[in-house]
Design a protein around this ligand. Structure first.
Ligand code: ATP
Ligand code: MG
Length: 565
């Protein structure tokens, strides 16, 4: 479809922002008919699931309407910002499957321009250097019921202000002793318009600009101008910036900016059972309550990645929560549903036995291996087959055998004494004998296989109770399984009076071992599988190898939390 087809085609919009874009394109209001959006993270933490929805929104709009989306680091704040975050954010955006236009951008690369524009406002009599301390300034700014009070600095001349601002820039003032403010309206009912701060003194080096500056622009003085410099057409942010929009527009109105972006707001994505504030996520990391920002239990993009979420599942989740203008809380199970659904369709099947019970097949000679072939995926023959060696000694799960053969067939669809069960992808076997240890515990069971039952119905009188999974003891491999669950066991961990850490789920992580089928030795790091009857697992991104297989539980086969709630 060509660009003009797209821009003319209306009525496809699935949310209010798409409607706005379609309207703007249809009315010829977009320069070059090409929308430009941006995703502007502050590099002070890793991206989380909320950011992911914003990424999907901004890059998604650009994709859908054949525009462009910039990745811009909003690094106006010299502290807290680190290169590791920059690298992680770039990696996350790419992994999600998006491409930014041109190079990565940095707000800090526009500092010279912002400085020029600050001078411009001073020369126009629209900005002044204020020497009030923070406390007094807050007091004099008034509040919703009280108009602001004008102070002496507000009346100073352009010349005086130019001198004062130069002193700020030169480092003549200590932090907090002066700031540059816009001269707008101290009586405005919108507090953001009561002479907002444009520049503050921060005697801190910046990761991009080094020691060049000791004054830094405020978010408000930077954001709209960054958009204007980059030719952003639709600047989409979260609702808390709605009251900043008049200010965003005031700057564009009063500065010689090259283009005129428009700000639109949408509601943040909130999820129950998680915290998404970067400050709180950082606390989990700093206090070593998780293994790092990419701990598989973290709601960060890199954590979800390591947990086994796919880019497709996260994009799907973003689509499911949609775009709204009112705040709401999405259920965590939606995210889990998205990954379960994706893996059900795309993940190969494999067998892993977590609590092994040895089975000896008495009518198969020692040393004999019969190769069973099983599909990688039951509904997707194009994914090929895998080989399952069937040998005299096998493992099944302990929970799949019960001595008591009076158990009803309906309730216990597994193996009982002297009855039949089908081994997935292999023979029907019959229980013959149970071997016990000194204290009466079952150490091994002996069974015989029924010839001719691979992929065939069993003969008359042979009625397997069900199908269970198994692994050859001879060819199977030992693997480490990392069993994860939700990090918090409270629906709203950070919305009550208690510290959110009190709501951490003590059962969110345990390590266990399993016997896995030999084909899993070839698993690539980050490859996902359904371990039959156990859950969806992923080969760990960093620790998995053929010599030492390590799999992380991504998600169980069923939603156990819904049942609990
Ligand atoms: P946090 O509160 O987690 O620190 P932030 O808004 O300060 O988040 P930024 O790095 O400034 O983090 O966010 C980059 C972009 O992502 C912004 O445009 C912001 O509006 C958006 N964003 C952040 N959190 C969410 C969320 N929960 N849902 C949707 N968009 C979000
Ligand atoms: Mg922010």
């Amino acid at each position: 479809m060509s660009k003009t087809d797209k821009s003319c085609e209306t009525g496809r919009a699935s949310n209010f922002l798409e409607q706005i874009v379609e309207r703007d394109l249809a009315e010829g209001r977009v320069p070059g008919n090409k929308i430009v959006t941006r995703f502007p993270p502050e590099p002070n933490g890793f991206l989380h699931v909320g950011h992911a929805t914003s990424i999907c929104l901004n890059f998604g709009l650009a994709e859908r309407y054949e525009g462009e989306c910039n990745l811009r680091f909003d690094d106006t704040n010299p502290e807290k910002e680190e290169q590791v975050y920059i690298d992680a954010i770039r990696e996350d955006v790419e992994w999600l499957g998006f491409k930014w236009a041109g190079n990565v951008r940095f707000a800090s690369s526009y500092f010279d321009q912002f400085y020029e524009w600050a001078l411009h406002l001073i020369r126009e009599g629209k900005a002044y250097v204020d020497h009030q301390d923070a406390e007094t300034m807050r007091e004099n700014r008034g509040n919703f019921n009280k108009p602001g009070v004008e102070t002496a600095d507000r009346g100073k001349s352009v010349e005086e202000n130019l001198v004062e601002f130069e002193k700020m820039r030169a480092g003549d003032y200590e932090e907090g002793k002066a700031c540059l403010r816009a001269k707008i309206d101290l009586q405005s009912s919108n507090m953001n318009m009561r002479d907002p701060v444009l520049y503050r003194i921060r005697k801190v080096a910046h990761h991009q600009t080094g020691d060049k500056w000791c004054i830094y622009p405020s978010y408000d003085f930077a954001h709209g101008q960054e958009d204007a410099i980059e030719g952003v057409t639709h600047s989409i942010c979260t609702l808390e910036f709605q009251d900043h929009r008049p200010l965003y527009e005031w700057f564009l109105e009063n500065l010689p900016v090259p283009t005129r972006p428009t700000q639109y707001e949408f509601a943040r994505t909130n999820l129950n059972y998680v915290v998404t504030s970067k400050r709180k996520l950082k606390r989990l990391v700093d206090e070593k309550l998780v293994s790092g920002w990419d701990d598989p239990r973290m709601p960060t993009v890199s954590g979800m990645r390591r947990r086994g979420y796919t880019p497709g599942s996260i994009r799907k989740f973003a689509e499911m929560v949609g775009i709204s203008r009112t705040d709401g809380i999405a259920d965590f199970s939606m995210l889990e549903h998205a990954i379960r659904d994706d893996l059900n369709t795309n993940a190969g099947r494999a067998m892993a036995v977590l609590n092994p019970l040895k089975v000896v097949i008495t009518n198969l000679p020692e040393g004999e291996t019969q190769n069973m072939m099983a599909p990688v995926h039951p509904n997707r023959p194009e994914l090929g087959e895998r080989s399952l060696p069937f040998t005299r000694e096998l493992y099944i799960d302990r929970a799949d055998f019960n001595e008591d053969n009076t158990l009803s067939r309906k309730k216990f669809k597994r193996l009982v004494s002297e009855e039949y069960i089908r081994l997935r992808g292999a023979y029907v076997i019959k229980h013959e004998e149970t071997i016990k240890g000194e204290s009466g515990e079952i150490v091994e069971i002996r069974c015989s296989y029924v010839p001719g039952t691979v992929g065939e119905n069993p003969p008359e009188g042979v009625r397997p109770r069900g199908v269970i999974h198994w692994v050859s003891a001879e060819h199977g491999k030992k693997a480490e399984l990392r069993i994860y669950d939700r990090l918090f066991n409270h629906e709203a961990p950070d919305r009550g009076d208690e510290d959110f850490l009190t709501h951490m789920n003590p059962e969110s992580f345990k390590v266990t071992e399993a016997w896995v089928e030999p084909s899993l030795v070839n698993a690539e790091p980050e490859q996902g599988f359904q371990f039959e009857r156990e859950g969806y697992f992923v080969a760990d991104r960093y620790d998995h190898s053929a010599e030492k297989p390590v799999f992380n539980l991504t998600i169980g086969l069923k939603d156990t939390w819904a049942a609990k709630a």
